[in-house]
Ligand binder design. Structure first.
Ligand SMILES: Cc1ncc(C[n+]2csc(CCOP(=O)(O)OP(=O)(O)O)c2C)c(N)n1
Ligand SMILES: [Mg+2]
Length: 578
């Protein structure tokens, strides 16, 4: 006869069968039995205890972004479940799989307005692709397996709400995972005629450009070969930064408000755009009408949603690139690339001036330059939301061997520290550098102690400007008076020390430079409280409507102080080449 086992113990088996190595969470009443099962399995599945459940879900989302595996977080129902929401939205919006295991009051008390009873199924409705409350212990393993599978397949969030009494029940030991990742997820094959149509459009184009996104992240090698062989300029979306080295000769950097002027101009001059694994949303920065469009994406739902297409190919970008590469050099005209490279060299000269700006204060561009100096071949950068997003996007030249972690679509403050925790847990050997503003860091700073507790040595830079600078500029660009953007200062170095880590404070470029060698190899979580200069994060292309609202930072002062108009427009440069 088939034996009986505790439902919570089978849950662990299901998770193991999906190669889940770790759960981020905080124990509590409605998940006590599940936590007890995790305790028994602690050699196989690690429990990372956080101080705020939001950090658990953000770390789980970061783990999924970094590793490609599903991230898992766990919380009690009610207040803990509510805390999870932000990180779950981050996973949803950046299309990565995350499982949230959430407790609930006992089955007999569900729907009785009991203590801490929150209708989690209702609450998670918008965020989850799989969202079920378990009704019987017998169905627990099946639903857990289905949740994980759905989250991976749909690159989204699965929430499994489990009433308190169910995990302790004894159920028949009949669960078998017959699915397995490799068996069920297959990508569509590429049609030869589609590739030939792409080649034809490419050969008809004078100004072709590639915009690559997260869908191309796992095909850096093929993408590099494709753009090099065919003399194509490439622009990368911010979340895919580093797929092609930022300093690759064909790279025009990122596009958009935080992007480069050459990228903006190349978009406007393009007569063919290849969208590879991206659903880039800011249509104002995409090419003008009349430009032809080719999109390759594994998700047919996003085809043509941002830009009218001539060809849509449902495929993995890697398969597409391999297929087109088998035709060899299909585009021989390098004139547009040469023109783009010339504008880029002007831009890079300007960037160089910005990064070497050294004076009384630490300019954020100088800080990024310094961070680049201590970075290693395989560094993981975890970047927060605020002006640090702009400085990182603009000044950190990321390599394909490095990783660049951001909250791209939710854009939530407080994402960098959880990202760094996930980075060090998954890749203990890789150097990890987290960069956050003072506002963003203080949203999650209690979890610096989590890094200390689990011995996760990374460097946390806090860009201390005692304000919400990003919002200050936002208010100015909207022509509003600044209001409630100043932040009371905190001694962040002391915070780090209070947690058992190491804390430094630097106020001048010299102090920073002196500290750099120490930061190269850290064995204890280390925080650097950097008092930064009050610099505006300049857009690559100042759209007039936005610029005219600036008060303190008038267009003129931006242009004069940063010498922007010295950059000759691509339009003029193109004339030399055609
Ligand atoms: C959770 C959350 N709340 C509010 C915002 C809106 N927001 C975006 S950037 C920013 C200011 C960030 O300030 P800080 O971390 O100090 O960085 P700074 O811009 O000063 O460099 C705010 C409030 C957000 N993105 N996320
Ligand atoms: Mg700030």
């Amino acid at each position: 006869m088939m034996g009986k086992v505790k439902a919570s113990d089978i849950m662990m088996e299901v998770m193991e069968s999906w190669n889940i190595e770790r759960v981020y969470g905080l124990p509590g009443d409605s998940v006590d039995t599940t936590v007890d099962a995790l305790r028994k399995k602690k050699d196989e599945i690690e429990f990372i205890q956080v101080r705020h459940e939001e950090v658990a879900s953000l770390a789980a989302a970061s783990e999924a972004k970094l590793t490609g595996n599903i991230g898992v977080c766990l919380s009690i129902g009610g207040p803990g479940a509510i805390h999870l929401l932000n990180g779950l939205y981050d996973a949803k919006m950046d299309h990565v799989p995350v499982l949230a295991i959430v407790g609930q009051v006992s089955s007999s008390l569900v729907n009785s307005n009991f203590f801490q009873e929150v209708d989690t199924t209702e609450m998670f409705q918008d965020v989850a692709v799989f969202n079920k409350m378990v009704q019987s212990a017998d169905s627990l393993p099946r639903l857990l397996d289905e949740g994980i599978r759905t989250a991976i397949n749909q690159r989204g969030v699965a929430v499994l709400t489990i009433p308190d009494d169910l995990p302790a029940k004894m159920i028949p030991n009949t669960y078998k995972n017959v699915t397995g990742k490799e068996n069920i997820f297959r990508t569509p094959a590429i049609e030869k005629q589609d590739i030939e149509k792409v080649i034809q459009l490419l050969q008809e184009a004078k100004h072709p450009i590639v915009l690559s996104g997260v869908g191309a992240k796992n095909s850096g090698k093929e993408l590099k070969a494709f753009i090099e062989k065919n003399h194509l300029p490439i622009i990368q979306t911010m979340p895919s930064k580093g797929t092609i080295a930022d300093n690759h000769p064909n790279s025009l950097g990122n596009v958009g408000k935080l992007g480069t002027k050459p990228a903006y101009e190349a978009m406007k001059e393009a007569d063919l755009i290849l969208l590879l694994g991206t659903n880039y949303p800011y249509v104002d920065y995409l090419p003008n009408k009349g430009c032809r469009g080719i999109q390759v994406d594994i998700n047919p739902d996003v085809m043509g949603t941002r830009f009218p297409l001539d060809i849509a190919i449902e495929a993995d970008v890697k398969d597409f690139l391999e297929a087109i590469l088998s035709y060899g050099e299909v585009y021989k005209n390098d004139r547009f690339l040469l023109a783009c490279q010339q504008t880029m060299s002007h831009w890079n000269n300007w960037m160089e001036e910005e990064r070497s700006r050294k004076g009384e204060f630490i300019h954020p561009a100088f800080l990024m330059d310094s961070i680049e100096k201590i970075a290693k071949k395989d560094t993981i950068f975890s970047i927060d939301v605020g002006t640090s997003t702009s400085w990182g996007a603009r000044f950190l030249r990321v390599q394909p061997t490095q990783s660049y972690l951001i909250s791209a679509w939710l854009g939530t403050m407080g994402c960098a520290l959880p990202g760094a925790l996930a980075a060090k847990l998954n890749y203990p050997e890789r150097q990890t550098i987290s960069i956050a503003g003072d506002g963003a860091f203080s949203m999650v700073m209690q979890d610096f102690v989590t890094a200390v507790k689990y011995k996760l040595p990374f460097v946390q830079f806090v860009l201390n400007n005692q304000k919400l600078a990003f919002i200050e500029y936002e208010q100015q660009s909207a022509g509003q008076l600044n209001y409630e953007i100043d932040l009371h200062d905190i001694d962040y170095a002391k915070v780090a020390e209070a947690c058992g880590g190491v804390g430094y404070t630097v106020r001048t470029p010299e102090e920073l430079e002196k500290l750099l060698p120490t930061l190269k190899e850290v064995t204890i979580p280390t925080l650097v409280n950097v008092y930064v200069a009050d610099d505006a994060p300049l857009p690559g292309k100042i759209v007039w409507d936005e610029a005219k609202g600036y008060g303190k930072f008038s267009v003129e002062s931006i242009v004069q102080e940063h010498k922007m108009p010295t950059l000759p427009p691509l339009k003029e440069i193109i004339r030399q080449f055609f």
